[in-house]
Ligand binder design. Structure first.
Ligand code: ZN
Length: 310
């Protein structure tokens, strides 16, 4: 069923080969292997084929040494046993290719219909290299740390501390009450855009507690049952969007002063109509690349199940 479709940036296509990460000799050998593929990341964008923008440019070892300007991370091996690395770098003058941001890569992949694992591949490289760029110094003692384990750890030799790449969990919820769902808009949204409420989890919270706190803070709605639906890696800079259905206990909205400009209940017909006709400045919902869209479609799916039972 369509609601089981993976979100874009999910379904990493490689075997991450964890045991290889700690094997310095094996990684050095792989980096010199003429079949190994290197993707290039620069300022959060990936180097893609200029005429076919959904395809990354895969460099070989010789080319990689010319493009390399920062660090390299090991991504894994594909089903033909080819190894993949991502490197921080730039194109030499006159080379082919175009740097494309992650949202556009995701949009290109969804525009073609079906599902592509390429956004997941390049986003992982982007998330890891971003983290290395922003964490070159030890948070414990301030000394310069170094990349180890293929890029999945940074090690500080001065205080012998290991640092691990950071992932920020975000809860994103389709709040439902009877047959309607709650969507909100932030001041930064496009005109007419309403989306699922979302927020960062706080230390010590369960998923359910984070959902209940966020929905109450943003809309004054109390949530009872919380139902996990699916998750999505979100490379801005490195989040995990955890998508749930949140069952509301009341429907009187109070948006407070802080986060939202507006929050409203929408009927299933309104949602179905906007999905069918597309959005406009009066009302639009997120594109298919966002997990919020998957949650909306899932919410509609629930209606069809209800109908079948009636
Ligand atoms: Zn240190």
């Amino acid at each position: 069923m369509f609601y089981e479709q993976s979100c874009i940036f999910a379904e990493f296509p490689l075997d991450p080969c964890d045991p290889l990460r700690g094997n310095v000799d094996a990684l050095t050998k792989l980096k010199k292997d003429p079949t190994t593929r290197f993707i290039v990341i620069k300022d959060g964008e990936a180097l893609m084929n200029a005429t076919e923008e959904s395809r990354p440019i895969y460099l070989n070892a010789g080319e990689a040494s010319i493009y390399l300007k920062g660090e390299e991370v090991f991504l894994g091996r594909d089903e033909d046993d080819l190894a993949y690395f991502a490197l921080s770098g730039d194109m030499p003058e006159g080379a082919d290719g175009v740097f494309i941001d992650m949202r556009s890569i995701a949009r290109n992949a969804t525009a073609e219909g079906g599902f592509s694992p390429i956004p997941s591949l390049v986003a992982r490289g982007k998330m890891l290299l971003d983290w290395h760029n922003r964490h070159r110094f030890c948070a414990n003692c301030g000394a310069e740390s170094k990349l180890i384990k293929g890029g999945y750890v940074r090690y500080c030799g001065a205080c012998e501390t290991e640092h691990f790449p950071r992932v920020d969990p975000v809860v994103i919820m389709m709040v439902i009450y009877e047959n309607k769902c709650l969507l909100g808009r932030s001041p930064s949204f496009l005109p007419g855009m309403f989306s699922a409420l979302a927020g960062f989890m706080e230390p010590g919270e369960t998923l359910e507690e984070a959902v209940r706190r966020e929905v109450y803070e943003e809309a004054g709605i109390r949530v009872g049952e919380v139902e996990y639906i699916k998750s999505q890696p979100w490379p801005f800079p490195s989040s995990l969007m955890i998508g749930v259905i949140a069952h509301a206990l009341n429907d009187d909205i109070d948006i407070g002063d802080d986060e939202l400009e507006e929050a409203k209940w929408f009927s299933k017909k309104e949602i179905q109509d906007v999905l069918e006709r597309g959005g406009n400045d009066d009302f639009r919902v997120p594109e298919k690349l966002a997990i919020a869209r998957h949650l909306l479609e899932y919410h509609l799916m629930l209606r069809w199940v209800d109908d079948e039972q009636d």
